[in-house]
Unconditional design. Structure first.
Length: 91
């Protein structure tokens, strides 16, 4: 019952546009090996400004320009790992 309630609350938070909930949704799809749904929710969470999602998205981009863009966004949002990675990238 608790799990069902948690799932319902997560769904409602996602529908309301909560970026942390979107990121949690992405992680749940990743655990279930549903890569397309994972990518969809990771993208939405990153675009909505969730720092961990932006940092994770940076790991999967295809160009150095995109990598720097997402690392900068994540670093500006307080993701310390992104700050260190960005410092190494631009050094």
């Amino acid at each position: 019952m608790e799990s069902l309630l948690a799932t319902e609350w997560l769904y409602l938070a996602v529908e309301a546009g909560d970026p942390e909930a979107m990121y949690e949704q992405a992680k749940s799809h990743n655990r279930e090996n549903e890569k397309e749904a994972w990518a969809y929710w990771l993208e939405h969470a990153a675009e909505a400004g969730w720092p961990a999602a932006m940092e994770e998205k940076a790991r999967y981009v295809t160009s150095e320009e995109e990598l720097e863009l997402w690392l900068r966004k994540a670093a500006m949002s307080g993701a310390s790992g992104a700050t260190l990675t960005l410092a190494d990238l631009v050094a």
